[in-house]
Design a protein around this ligand. Sequence first.
Ligand SMILES: [Zn+2]
Length: 336
Amino acid sequence: MCCLIVTIKKLITLKISKSIFENILKYFQVIFIIIHNIIYNNLLFYSFVMENIEICKFLIQKGLIKDSMACNYCLELMDMKESNDNPETYNWRCMNTLCIHYQTTKSIRLGSFFQSFQAPIMEVYNTISLYCTLPRQIDVVKQSKMSKSFIKNLRKKIILKMCEYFEQHPIRLGGPGVVVQVDETKINFNAKSHRGLGPSTPCWAFCIVDTSHSPAKGYIELIERRNAESLLPIISKVVRPGSIIHSDEWRAYNQIEKTGIYEHMKVVHKYNFVDPDTGTHTQHVESFNNKIKYKIKMAKGVPKDFRPKFITEFLFFDTFKECVFEKFLDIIKVIN
Ligand SMILES: [Zn+2]
């Protein structure tokens, strides 16, 4: 809600001195965020008139906090009661008069994604919504009006959940007769080396895309070396047997056919971008490569220790595209 007020304020106070074009772009951005909030936050759009108990019910209905809690001492189910020790003003309380710890309490956040945050759940929720919608961390800081350290901490925890998700649901691409394209690409994580990120040291990433989806569904992994020993295990892990793999003429790919589980076709880039006889090309995987490069450019570089996490975050956003927020809410649901 807070971000809505901020965006409306911005709408009114945009400086006339700026070019009309710039202002139109800003209006669109603001209107987009408002529409996003109305659609995706549904009830939360009216959260300024919602009672705290309604907020708790809303979070339970979304599966974001537990719908029941048992007392540790008497094992009876606790009641949700008003309390002043948290921003939601409610907690779970044991109301069993026979319990040795009658009226003992538990937080409504217990066992949820929100457990480790001090800020009101609604603010965390709204900031996640902005994080899933806006392209850069700096935009989230501006729109949410939350502190930079809060956003940084939230992002870290969100990415941790994304990592867990991919560990449990690894990306698998292709299938019998499906064309997948593979390519190794040089990535320069230091978009601007003068920003104190150290000298520019490009590293390699290996990308795979499934062309049966539009736009192509992809996978990316950072690699130390681009030899067959590094690339083939990734192909076996990600690409389903029976797939037709399209690649360029890089020598490591000569081993693909020998595995006996894939068909392999290549295009020799020295002569053509699309093989005139077979139609083989790697343009989908190249445009996938460009997406990660663009993302790095937008972030103005990525520190070394954050790179694998950055890749996971990119992959989550790319895999779930328009429904990142809904998907994220889905993975942080509590198991009742
Ligand atoms: Zn009890």
